[in-house]
Every structure is written in C-alpha cells, then in structure tokens.
Write a protein that binds this ligand. Sequence first.
Ligand code: NAI
Length: 336
Amino acid sequence: MVRKVVLLKGDGIGPEITSSVQQIFSEAAVPIEWVEGKGGLGAFEETGNPLPEETINLIKEHKIALKGPLTTPVGTGFRSANVTLRQILDLYSNVRPVLSLPGINSPYKDVNLVTFRENTQGLYIGQERIVEPDSHIELIGVITRKASERIVRAAFEYAHKYDMKKVTLGHKANILKESTGLFLRVGKEVSADYPGIEFQDMIIDNMAMQLVMRPQQFEVIVTTNLFGDIMSDLASGLVGGLGVTPGANIGDEYAVFEAVHGSAPDIAGQNKANPTALLFSSLMMLRHLGMDDKYTLIRAALVKALANNEVRTADLGGNGSTKGFTDAICKEIRNA
Ligand code: NAI
C-alpha cells in the first residue's frame, strides 16, 4: 500500500537535501507518495504566512510529514514556523537518536543513545514579562503533570520497543524543587509501569558532564524543554554534530521528521549540502511507518557511502557533493 507523506522542502539547502531523499527513496522503491506543502521564508514571501493553513491541513490529513529546514529571520519578522507547527499539532516529543558512525570524525566511536525532549513547556515557551524595560525581566516556565507524564511514557515506550535497558531523567530538582521536582516525581511514578527497564535520575549539570566524560552509560535520556534543547545538541556533538543527527517531533496523532540543522543559507544552491541528517530523519520515519525492510536497505547504503571519503560532503571532511553523495547511496542500493 502506498503511504502519502507531506513534504515541506523548506528554505536554503532544503530543496537540495529533500530532493536527495526523494531520489534515494525512489531508487529503493519505498512505497511513499509525496504531497508537497509550503512552509518557511519561501512560503512567507509567496503567501504572507510562513505556515499557511493549507499546509497544516495537509499534515492533519496525512498525519506524517518530512520537513526540510525553515529559515526564521532573526530579531524581526515572523515567529518560527517550526515552533508553531509543534504547538498546533501538539508534537510533544522531540526525539533524536545519537549514534556513532564509522568514518565520521567524532570524539567517540561507541555512542548509542536517544534524547527525548519535552517539546511544549518549561522555560522554553518564551513567556517573558518586562517589569522595567532594559532593566528587569521575568521569565515564566510551565511544568504540568500531564505533559511530564506523556513525555516520560514516550521515552519508556521507545526503550521498550527498541529493547533499550535504561532511561535517565535529567532535572534540576535540587534548586527548582517544585517545577522540575514535579517532572522528576512523575517520572518515578511512570517508571513503575516498566519494571524491566532501569530508571535513573540525574541533575542536569552532572548529566552534561557525564555525557562528555562517559556517554556510553546512557541509552534513553528524557528531560524538560530547555534542558533538552541544550543536551540534545551536546549529544549530537559526541558523534559528529548536527550534519549527521536526525530528529523527529512526535505527538499522539501526528509526526514531523526533520533534520536538526538549519537552512545553511551560506551554501544554499551550491551542491555542497550534506543530506545525511535529513536522510537519517527519513529513516526514522520509515521505522515509524513500519517499513523496516526499506529502513534496513537504505541505512546500509548510507553507512557504506558515509565511510567513503571521496563521496562524503565537505562538512564531514570529504571531497564529495550533494549530488555525488546521493548517487553513491543509490548505487549502493542498486548493488545490495
Ligand atoms: P545552520 O544549521 O543553517 O548553519 C550552521 C552552519 O552549518 C553553516 O556554516 C552551514 O553551512 C552548516 N550546515 C548546516 N547544515 C548543513 C548541511 N546539511 N550540510 C553542510 N553544512 C551544513 O544554522 P544557522 O546559520 O544558525 O541558521 C540558518 C537558518 O536556519 C536560520 O534562519 C535559522 O532560524 C534556521 N534554522 C532552522 C531549523 C529548522 O528548520 N529545524 C533549525 C535551526 C536553524
């Protein structure tokens, strides 16, 4: 059965890296039909809205989307379409697998962890109150039992599904006793439903150090929004950075898969962009859709191509181009 998936090509390098994924999926005969929607700066310039209603309706209709990076103007202009999408579709889990890959220059060769970041609350929601302009600002963070419970449960469910043995909850309950204290308490309660999976909690600053010193001890990490924002980028740095790290925003009804990096306007249109992160995100999508055979086929081809310095893109120290790297993956798929 052919599955319809909404594709937002995005801005900057977005069209190049999404085309790369389309070419590879077509080579692997993945039974997906792309339904294109508009989003980001391109959509804003065309329609006056970075996230047109029709795009949201398309995702609501088809439930799953793959999204290229969207440009958000700094300081002025419109609000991030990425953040709006997460809120409108209630995509409460931000999921990022962080995995060492052969041939990638990185501080570690044996990391295999996944971060679950709560995507809707915490200090990240941007509720700032100006008490006195340029002098005194107050910042509000929100933690609720409901949102804490569903993100911790999502982390445990993932551990259960992929046979991971430990969930570590990051918090700051020694200082933020009520807010992240509630997150921790709820986490402990949820963990009781998963007796086969070890539960551990860790103060977030210690987690930052432990991630750098001994990342191999972690399997699934779950934490609040702002802590997760920082920890997930830190974790991606352990295996080679944002160029190889995929991500997904998942809710109960909808899921949007995306690369973690931005639209890289400095290299857009130059055949230099690395499609790896978006391709790994697309692979997460295939597993989410239960297309495990296609996942295995494409992943093996990608890993082989990544190990070849002649085809890897320049950001990974290679001599290749977007097009050349994509062709190399397609060749591996043909030869599989
Ligand atoms: P960026 O990730 O776009 O670029 C940072 C550096 O990494 C640049 O030197 C760029 O050339 C390089 N880079 C990024 N992705 C690459 C790839 N796939 N292949 C090769 N090199 C790559 O971050 P920046 O410059 O802070 O943001 C640019 C725009 O992207 C902004 O408008 C920002 O708001 C947006 N953005 C969008 C995101 C999303 O849609 N999920 C996430 C982060 C930023």
